[in-house]
Design a binder for this molecule. Sequence first.
Ligand code: S3P
Length: 452
Amino acid sequence: MTAFVVHPATRPLSGTIDVPGDKSIGHRALLFSLLTTAPVRIRGLGGGADNGRTARAIGQLGATVSRDGDAVVVQGTGLREARAPAAPIDCGNSGTTIRMLCGLLAGQPFRAELFGDDSLSRRPMRRVIDPLLTMGAHITGSGGSGADVVPPLVIGPLDGRLRGTEHALAIASAQVKTALILAGLQADGISRITEPGPSRDHTERLLAAMGAPITSRGREVVVAPDAWRGAGSGLELPGGAIDVPGDPSSSAFLIAAALVAGAEVVVCRGVCINPTRTGFLDVLAAMGATVTVESPRQVGGEPVADLIVRGAAPDLRATEISGDLTVRSIDEVPILAAVAARARGTTIVRDAHELRVKESDRIATTVAMLRAFGVDADALPDGLVVVGAPGRPLAPAVVDSAGDHRIAMAGTILALTASGSSRVDDAGNVATSFPSFVAVMSGLGVELREEP
Ligand code: S3P
């Protein structure tokens, strides 16, 4: 198993990075391209293992996926001509792949089986299965801990059509929302999905651009497919190309590195600044960090900008992350907690129960990662508390990533502020979302070695 050996930063970081493509948008670009009949060129896919799972899945469902220079070209089947997969679909570590597929496959006239790795095989699926069952879908899974259902899942075949349904989601989840939108597109009648918080809206943006009959108002999405179906129900992407903007969740690690280690200048180019994703920038601003947002522009229907950090490590102060801000920074909590370890005062994260069911129990694994450096941190049922210790180096650590890419990267960044070299075990999983992480960090001047 790969480990990272990370040396403390001895000089300010410096460099310009074209941040690899956003994982969430990459999944959607691939899956929705299956649903069109004209070829789609996807530029800027991040190259992570999770997106690779979605690419292989759409291949099993009848798409042709090929490389053309730095683009991936998908020849889809259209919404109604997807093919029954000849073998079970391996979703690997990717919750987004399996949950989005549940919604797509729920409306199809064939049977499909979905499975994943050990981590995915523990993740709760009732949140997506239950609302799909109310639409008339056939889905079964395995018994998980408690009353939940976990992969492997068997979906379909559906005889007839799903029923449009109103869903009031108990959890703000873009994966569940996406599944219900995809099911709604295949249903008779209108579906309405309301959610309690501002989950990422990439699905709504991309499907609307493809001509899907969906509208969003505040926290409600309405899918009204009947008239559209009468008109031929084609999805088509004008121009036939999607540019995937840089992943804000990946950029958060680079920005955090520049803040805790200090920077001459670190420029993250082309980062998606969709407001449903930029909670971490608001948190960092509240901590007293200056991250400059330059050259705002539109890429692929998403707002994009360059994010820049300059100067010595700032004097950071603790903050509170709760409510909608937690939803808007849910994937960034491990790295924000690492930054909080270098801030004055006690940072508290609340309303983050969801972290318990990510690639790892991220409340437990973030606290364990911080404690490995001697940081005073405690878990709460729905979050965590971090007592910052700025000014003095942390203890060198041995961090166990617990198989979680974001814990491995957060531990690597915090190691820059330790008094000696640290080791991050089981770190190969950074390839899930950020395969060039080691090269990018090294390019910024970090001394980081991979060991088998
Ligand atoms: C994602 C949604 C979020 C996020 C995950 C990616 C997506 O999960 O944590 O990393 O691409 O839709 P939930 O839908 O469970 O909130």
